[in-house]
Design a protein around this ligand. Structure first.
Ligand SMILES: [Zn+2]
Length: 395
């Protein structure tokens, strides 16, 4: 039996925060207390100067395998996630093949079972082949994926209706390409909410980026519709004013105006936008080298999200809720609870020292981020998932 002791962290439990030690054996928490003696443990971790949160969960990442392993693999993606403090991620289905039924989902699960060091939940497609024409094999996908989405592309109303009736959570990429941004986002969202009003089944809006969308979601929630939403750190912290002629600022949806940014920030703070997802979307250096106009959409996010929000004043308690507990609840993932008898599943972040965001040190294959060079607090020191230390700084 392997016994470990995690000493001296300030721990964000559900509802309260307390300075304490945590002991575990074979990946299950055995004791939580103050001044537990280090004697008899196989490993002792000094976590003074750290806050300890339940393992973070990101419901919107792109791990690119199978199909686009030159951009990212399940292996590099999960290392990047662990370095960011994540122990669970949901992977979007823009893959080749796209997980739309039995054979294709098995192909997507193969590298996850082989390489995944954290918990990885594939998201299935809404349409067959992600082509936007016929529905995917919902009968097979149900119970095997945590949600369905055609992320990257919107779907027509008929497919959205089929998706909402599938019995699975629908994670919607809101974009009607007939309109410019941000109209493309909110017009599509408005259509979706009309359908949610009809079917009353769980609907999750991905990467919300503009003021009008925040208002629509706020109204839908007030009405009691089963709607949840995510936004990403870049929509809270950056706007068109910050944009430079670089691929590092190119993502879909694009950065909003300062007014949009303020509305998204307020929406996140008042809970209209429930959770933070990163939309971690790695690409090769070449694909991101064409300046703003000619680079492909997508930036990486897993290795900077927590530190960005923590440095910008969001409390560890709030982030534990919005980056761990709520995303896990909304997507039906394994809970991460810091309690005796539960699986060890937590992350320690440094609250004292600062670090500089250096894309060359990312574990992701993707390097494109608008936050390079920033000095932040909240660096990950240790990420533990069950028996495994999946990330440890300087190891
Ligand atoms: Zn998307």
């Amino acid at each position: 039996m392997k016994k470990r002791l995690f000493k001296g962290a300030t721990v964000c439990f559900e509802g309260y925060t307390e300075y304490c030690d945590i002991a575990d054996a074979d990946g299950v928490i055995t004791e939580i207390g103050s001044n537990i003696s280090s004697e008899g443990y196989d490993a002792v971790y000094d976590l003074r100067n750290c806050i300890l949160l339940p393992g973070l969960a990101d419901v919107h990442v792109h791990f690119r395998e199978p199909g686009y392993s030159y951009k990212e693999t399940v292996s590099t993606g999960s290392l990047a996630a662990a370095k960011g403090g994540y122990t669970a991620v949901c992977t979007m289905p823009n893959l080749s093949p796209a997980p739309d039924g039995e054979d294709t989902l098995k192909e997507v699960l193969a590298p996850i079972e082989r390489e995944g060091r954290i918990k990885i939940y594939p998201i299935g497609t809404i349409s067959k082949g992600r082509k936007g024409v016929l529905p995917a094999d919902y009968g097979y996908l149900k119970g095997r994926v945590c949600a369905i989405s055609d992320d990257g592309d919107g779907v027509n109303a008929e497919l959205m209706e089929a998706a909402l009736q599938s019995g699975m959570l629908v994670a919607s990429h809101c974009e009607d390409k007939a309109y410019p941004h941000p109209e493309a986002e909110w017009r599509y969202l408005e259509r979706d909410l009309e359908l949610v009003r009809k079917y009353r089944t769980p609907y999750h809006a991905c990467h919300i980026s503009c003021k009008k969308s925040v208002e629509l979601i706020r109204a839908a929630k007030a009405e009691g519709l089963p709607v949840t939403a995510e936004t990403a750190p870049h929509y809270i912290l950056l706007s068109t004013e910050d944009r430079k002629d670089s691929g590092d600022y190119k993502m879909n949806p694009p950065l909003g105006t300062p007014e949009d940014m303020e509305a998204v920030k307020r929406g996140f703070e008042d809970g209209t936008l429930d959770i933070i997802a990163t939309d971690h979307a790695p690409h090769s250096a070449k694909e991101k080298s064409g300046g703003y106009a000619a680079s492909v959409n997508g930036i990486v996010g897993l290795e900077t999200a927590f530190a960005l929000l923590y440095t910008n004043g969001y409390s560890p308690e709030m982030l534990a809720e919005r980056m761990s507990r709520l995303p896990r609840r909304i997507f039906g993932l394994e809970p991460a609870q810091i309690k005796v008898g539960e699986k060890t599943n937590f992350t320690a972040f440094d609250t004292v020292n600062t670090f500089t965001v250096d894309p060359e040190c990312f574990l992701s294959k993707g390097r494109s981020t608008p936050f390079a060079g920033l000095e932040l607090k909240g660096e990950t020191i240790l990420t533990v998932y069950g028996k495994e230390v999946v990330y440890e700084k300087n190891r």
